[in-house]
Design a protein around this ligand. Structure first.
Ligand code: SAH
Length: 390
């Protein structure tokens, strides 16, 4: 393998230990060619497999196969994608028409995200090495799913670090501005071209179902976005207040409420921190509360500030709970781990002066698979807690 790239012994250990990323500092001899597939060996020439090569990225190589002769041709991509799709077959039969089909490294397809919204796909190609295989990936996805249109939401900042342009591009067919998502008896509109992520927060699907099943009385959905938690809460609660700081997000939430014929959802434009403080002062009580904030910790340096923020909203939400009431609370910050999250909840509970019972700890749904040796594939954690009656 004289033309293979060479990585350090440390890099090789990382891959053999189950993590596919090789950083620039572990590349001893970079691949000869442009961005694309590259065979890789360790310093002694031992074959390690084939990786996607990103010449300008800090993550230089992302392994995709242990086979040195993996062709990365149309058939190879098709087989890898088919395996990812097969993993979701049961999910799509069971109450929803939208789910993640490919969760990057979680599906052995580094830097590729594919979400299905009914008959349409939204993809993200997040590395230069993967971008080089755009044609076979998109062709195989079209063939395997029969999608009527494929949209690339490549307007994300990680593309800049890969030296790639940022843009929303239609790759095949046509994709409507809004797609109606069915989710366990609730319907909402996803916005593939303009919405957050790829158009909706598919990763909270199972949590929304869980929150809906315990919902009753007066309910609160904080950081509501398009109101998808609120819609589930409204199936059992008398009244739901959907709170978000974005008027545009709430306009869509109101549209979604109407789509479901719900008249018990009230949209409130407010900062969630201020809203919680004001409600606490006013002595308000809620039987059901959902806290699904954006990632407060965007990087390692902001972890302690983020934990203070999470602790404050959770403490306040706990104080607002009626005896026997339920709080579903989540964090999507990758940098705040499961232990940090549960530790923060314990502190918030202590400060709330209430007896809080942990009823369930939740993670990512099955279409967002986490690989045990790749921490970056997991970011979402949540908990269902119940306020004691004494
Ligand atoms: N729960 C939603 C996703 C929430 S995304 C779902 O399941 O689909 C986070 C939302 O928080 C965004 O809509 C954003 O507008 C809102 N947001 C961010 N900071 C906020 C703040 N300080 N107060 C209220 N809403 C905020």
């Amino acid at each position: 393998m004289s033309d293979a790239a060479v990585i350090s012994a440390r890099g090789a250990r990382r891959w053999l230990g189950g993590h596919p990323w090789i950083f620039k500092s572990d590349v001893v001899r970079p691949p000869a060619g442009p961005a694309g597939g590259a065979p890789v060996t360790d310093p002694s020439g031992r074959p390690l497999g084939v990786a996607l090569w990103s010449p300008t990225s800090e993550i230089s190589l992302r392994f995709v196969s242990r086979q040195m002769d993996a062709a990365l041709d149309q058939a190879w991509w098709r087989e890898r994608l088919a395996a990812a799709l097969a993993r979701r077959a049961e999910l799509l039969d069971a109450g929803t028409n939208a789910c993640r089909l490919v969760h990057g490294e979680g599906d052995g397809l580094p830097s590729l995200v594919v979400d299905r919204y009914d008959r349409w796909l939204v993809v993200q190609l997040l590395s230069a090495g993967l971008e080089a295989f755009r044609a076979p990936v998109i062709t195989a996805l079209g063939e395997l799913t029969g999608a009527e249109g494929i949209l690339a939401r490549n307007d994300v900042s990680v593309r800049a670090r890969e030296g790639l342009p940022r843009a929303v591009e239609l790759l095949s067919g046509a994709v409507p501005e809004t797609v109606e998502v069915r989710e366990h008896g609730v319907r909402y509109l996803a916005a593939p071209h303009t919405g957050q992520k790829t158009g909706a927060f598919l990763d909270q699907r199972e949590a929304r179902l869980l929150a809906g099943t315990v919902s009753r009385g007066r309910a609160l959905d904080l950081f509501s976005y398009h109101g998808s938690f609120a819609l589930h809460l409204a199936t059992r609660a008398d009244h739901v207040r959907a709170v978000d700081s974005s008027a545009a997000a709430l306009a869509r939430a109101a549209e979604n409420a109407a789509l479901n014929g719900r008249t018990n959802i009230e949209c409130v434009e407010a900062d969630a921190f201020d809203f919680l403080r004001d409600e606490e002062r006013a002595g308000a009580r809620y039987e059901t509360i959902v806290l699904d904030p954006p990632a407060f910790a965007k990087n390692r340096a902001s972890i302690s500030g983020a934990l203070r923020g999470y602790r404050e909203i959770n403490r306040r939400a706990m104080r607002l709970l009626a005896p026997g009431g339920f709080l579903y609370t989540a964090s999507c910050s990758y940098h705040v781990g499961k232990d940090d999250f549960l530790g923060m909840l314990g502190l918030a509970a202590g400060e709330s002066g209430r007896r809080m019972i942990l009823r369930a700890v939740t993670g990512q749904p099955t279409d967002h698979p986490e690989v045990l040796t790749i921490p970056e594939t997991g970011y979402l954690k949540g908990a269902l807690v119940e306020a004691g009656t004494d």
